[in-house]
Design a protein around this ligand. Structure first.
Ligand code: ZN
Length: 375
């Protein structure tokens, strides 16, 4: 089995701004932890640096007028009427090199898709990708260009059947919207419920439209949902749908902002629960294009995505972080010296509340969506 890691240090040229929660250095930190574990230079592993995607390739999803605005914003000065396109102070700032950064990110996910489509790799991971909120003509939620949608479109153009699964703490609204009327792509998103968290959508009742009713699947979660409640719900929903839909390729968005110390969300997964979900996706996917996503506590991001990449290579890692990583762990104030988290028992009332909520969602999915797929 061949696996491909898509990575370059292009991120060092870009910065959303000092106050912005999306820290580009999370990418370098993740790469260094993977390298310290020996995961970047193993037999069967190839590493690929992406080229920026062409504007034409990005126009496969995004409106040309929006791309013109992104291009005009590349100098770091807000173009006139930027707010109309979702750009401006706050979530989607205009920063120097914005368009270059978006193009490299899109190029990385397109490269991961092509490596898998061509058979060069069975599983590819582009952890700088997964910017799932970008809409056809609007930046949203730190995302300017939707590389996940572009990767799916690329696989579709190669004649492949695609299932998208998104385990970020936020609803994968941009990807859902892109394929809402397209039964050739099944989208599944698990996330904190939209009445507590951005982007406010992702309820079970959003099921797709027209010929694609039943092809958008949402599993919302109560705040404080931990791994022990999350994993059985994931298991009840994802494997049956993957089995019934029988994709050629799974595209997975592996945001790790579901972690209990993430500063932007209220879910309570630990790294081992996140890694367990990733292992299930790896087992279920005949071929896999994996992307990153959210994750705003740097140590979770590095540990979670390293665990994810280990899973994609069928490697069990030693729990202790490698000695070669000690300097980084110190500089970034890692709270634990291991890949995995300490157990953190929850108050029973929170667990019960999370369990009852998610059970209602699973029941609704079984009632409303499973019959469409013969389940
Ligand atoms: Zn997120």
């Amino acid at each position: 089995m061949k696996t491909a890691l898509v990575y370059s240090d292009a991120w060092t040229r870009f910065d959303y701004g000092a106050e912005h929660p999306l820290r580009m250095e999370r990418l370098g930190l993740t790469w260094r932890l993977m390298a310290a574990y020996g995961l970047t230079a193993r037999p069967g592993v190839s590493v690929h640096a992406p080229e920026p995607a062409s504007e034409g390739a990005i126009a496969a999803f995004h409106a040309p007028a929006y791309l013109e605005v992104l291009r005009a914003a590349n100098g770091g000065v807000e173009p006139r009427g930027a707010a109309r396109w979702g750009l401006g102070p706050g979530d989607n700032p205009v920063f120097p090199g914005l368009w270059d950064a978006a193009r490299v990110c899109a190029g990385g996910s397109l490269l991961a898709a092509e490596l898998v489509a061509s058979g060069a790799a069975t599983r590819a991971f582009h952890f700088a990708g997964g910017l799932h909120h970008a809409m056809r003509e609007r930046a949203s939620g730190f995302c300017y260009v939707n590389d996940a949608v572009l990767a799916i479109l690329h696989l579709r153009a190669r004649g492949l059947r695609v299932l998208y699964v998104d385990i970020d703490a936020h609803h994968g609204d941009g990807v859902q919207a892109a394929f809402y009327e397209e039964p050739g792509v099944l989208t599944i998103s698990t996330h904190e419920r939209g009445d507590y968290l951005f982007p406010g959508t992702g309820f079970v009742e959003e099921m797709g439209a027209g010929a694609a009713v039943g092809y958008a699947v949402n599993l919302p979660l109560e705040p404080f949902t931990g791994s022990d409640v999350y994993l059985p719900a994931f298991e009840a929903v994802v494997p049956p749908l993957v089995g019934a839909f029988a994709p050629d390729v799974v595209v997975a968005q592996l945001g790790i902002d579901s972690h209990r110390t993430d500063p932007l969300t209220h879910l309570e997964l630990d790294v081992q629960g996140f890694a367990r979900a990733v292992r299930r996706i790896v087992e279920l996917a005949p071929r896999l294009v994996a992307l990153g996503g959210g994750g705003y506590d740097l140590q979770n991001v590095a540990r979670g995505w390293t665990a994810a990449w280990a899973a994609m290579n069928d490697v069990a890692l030693p729990a202790a972080l490698p000695a070669a990583f000690a300097g980084d762990a110190r500089r970034h104030e890692f709270q634990v010296a291991t890949l995995w988290d300490e157990p953190a028992p929850q108050p029973a009332h929170r667990r019960v509340r999370a369990e009852e909520y998610v059970q209602r969602q699973v029941d609704a999915i079984r009632r409303l969506i499973f019959p469409t797929h013969g389940l």
